[in-house]
Design a protein around this ligand. Structure first.
Ligand code: SF4
Length: 566
């Protein structure tokens, strides 16, 4: 079995372009881990960017590891075969550092699985100097690392381009100085902005279970840790350095065009922590786009506020003039006009994703979406006129203050859009399908809704059923939705403090059975998930300086309760 697995990894490398293999010698070694399968990890631009940054450093060697495919898990879980890296097939235990890139909370259980498969003790407290340093970064780990605090030696909070070079230099100088692991961590915590070693911070709780204090153990450590971000992104590109057909975006060359967003949708963590919005100019993107087109690929323009990018029409026109195609993840409805729709039509885009998020204007104002029905129909008209045949609509249910009327308004809006599409002269010729994607709203740290509870999953299940049954008879409308049960777990891992780590560990020990884990861990998960937090509370993530103040978020929270726009 070991042989066939090794062969499988070599085959993956054979189909890849851009991977790096350095000689193990004097290099400091980092295994970059993605807590999900190869296909998902290789679609993640942040993961690829860190791979490139580390391997560009002459003193470091970086290899990769992913969660093994389900059929291979057994081989690694038995203990006989330790989890190994893709490039050199070295066991993870032999690396100096294992660095997890963690974009989503749902992947947290996979981190424990992978450490276990690697034969590395799960908790930082159980590891010794002989074990690799376990480091975490990525979007969700930088938003609220606390549920993972027990398992990591160090978190690097913020954008990799800003933080990773400084971290690498700190590790290098610690190695040159012959420091122990503990001394290295101490030095990093003291000198690298954005570094967070949970073991150097003490949390105390009140009798009610609220956080009473969160303090550094050493007065030289910062009380607030800055989530790092680049001041501008227009002097470098962030694009795909590894290509393979074995990814979710096979055939697409990903290039990032923007970060952050100034629109202030009150549920959106990426918008708030990424502020201010930063865009790349067409000139900067030109070489990146050229590389993608030269490889015969479609260009995937990525970012948080792509449609707000001033240079977007010019960039799209340039791709089309070179005979290429492009795709854009999701467009703001109020940015779709005849010109944007025409560009999408020329790029032969068949599906365009739009996000009204809520059905009623009242609820769209509560979440500060900033769009009206007029925007929605104008956008639909413009797209249909350009021969866009499929429209995907994103909605959320369980939003703060949502009522049954809001759910009916969602159904009503979908029916109106569909009726509009069918009646439109252009629509008669070309329109095929509206896919309605309904997800439960999950409160996130660093947003005005961070004090809100998750809506009861049973209530959300009923709302989903209502939407599915009301739209079932609509021809050319398909509804897809997420599973409320998993949303509860995601909310727990998003909103939890470090005590939630006990539940996570119990879930791992019970083979992923969360009901048993919750009973075994002696922690009440509803405390984190279903409780509305008081504005005066210390929240588990208050020690992070995201660049947006808590008082601003509070004002937005209060405005949301009045349905007021900022
Ligand atoms: S427009 Fe999009 S990226 Fe910007 S805040 Fe709203 S949801 Fe987030």
């Amino acid at each position: 079995m070991a042989w066939s697995l090794r062969r499988k990894y070599l085959d993956l490398l054979d189909r890849e372009e851009g991977w790096v293999k350095k000689i193990w010698g004097d290099h400091m070694t980092i295994c970059l881990a993605y807590p999900n399968h190869y296909r998902a990890g290789m679609s993640n631009l942040g993961f690829q960017t860190i791979y490139r940054i580390i391997n560009n450093h002459p003193s470091f060697l970086c290899e990769r590891v992913f969660l093994p495919d389900p059929e291979d898990e057994e081989s690694f879980s038995s203990g006989s075969l330790p989890l190994f890296s893709l490039e050199s097939q070295k066991p993870l235990r032999e690396f100096d550092v294992v660095a997890f890139s963690i974009p989503f909370e749902n992947d947290y259980p996979n981190i424990l699985k992978m450490l276990d498969m690697a034969g590395i003790p799960l908790t930082a407290a159980d590891r010794t100097d002989a074990d690799p340093l376990i480091v975490g970064g990525g979007f969700s780990a930088s938003l609220n690392p606390e549920p993972l605090a027990d398992f990591f030696d160090l978190f690097l909070l913020g954008e990799g381009e800003d933080l990773a070079p400084e971290y690498l230099e700190a590790v290098k100088s610690a190695r040159t100085g012959g420091l122990t692991k503990r001394e290295t961590l101490y030095r990093i915590q003291r000198h690298v902005k954005g570094a967070y070693c949970p073991q150097y911070y003490k949390v105390e709780y009140t009798q009610d279970g609220l956080i009473e204090s969160f303090k550094p153990l050493d007065p030289t450590f910062p009380e607030k840790i800055k989530r790092r971000k680049m001041t501008g992104i227009d002097h470098f590109t962030t694009d795909q350095c590894l290509t393979t057909p074995d990814t979710e975006f096979g055939g697409i060359f990903l290039t990032e065009v923007s970060r952050g967003c100034g629109r202030g949708c009150r549920f959106c963590a990426a918008g708030f922590v990424g502020r201010p919005p930063r865009f790349r100019h067409g000139e900067i993107l030109a070489s990146s786009i050229h590389r993608g087109l030269a490889a015969g690929q479609k260009i995937g323009l990525l970012g948080t506020a792509v449609s707000d990018m001033p240079d977007l029409p010019r960039v799209c026109r340039s791709i089309i003039s070179q005979g290429g195609k492009f795709s854009i993840g999701s467009l703001r409805l109020d940015r779709i006009n005849k010109e944007t729709a025409a560009l999408l039509g020329q790029a032969v885009a068949e599906t365009v994703a739009l996000a009204p998020e809520a059905g009623s204007q009242r609820l769209r104002d509560v979440i500060h979406k900033g769009i009206t029905e007029e925007h929605i129909f104008t956008a639909a008209d413009a797209l249909l006129a350009q021969g866009i045949t499929n429209i995907r609509l994103y909605f959320m249910v369980g939003l703060p203050s949502e009522t049954a009327e809001d759910v009916e308004a969602l159904i009503d809006l979908v029916q109106k859009i569909k009726g509009h599409a069918v009646k439109s002269p252009a629509g008669k010729r070309t329109f095929r399908l509206i896919t309605v994607s309904v997800n439960q709203f999950i409160p996130k740290a660093a947003t005005p809704f961070q004090w809100c509870p998750l809506e009861d999953v049973n209530a959300v299940r009923k709302k989903m059923r209502r939407i599915v049954s009301a739209l079932r008879r609509e021809k050319a409308v398909k509804v897809i939705h997420d599973i409320p049960k998993w949303n509860y777990i995601q909310a727990l891992l998003s909103l939890g403090d470090r005590r939630v780590g006990k539940i996570l560990l119990a879930a791992h020990r019970h083979g992923g059975n969360w009901s048993q884990a919750m009973k075994a861990a002696d922690e009440d998960p509803d405390f984190y998930v279903y409780r509305r937090k008081d504005l005066s509370e210390i929240l588990p993530w208050d020690f992070i300086d995201y660049g947006v103040t808590k008082s601003f978020l509070m004002k937005e929270y209060e405005k949301a309760s009045q349905g007021a726009i900022t």
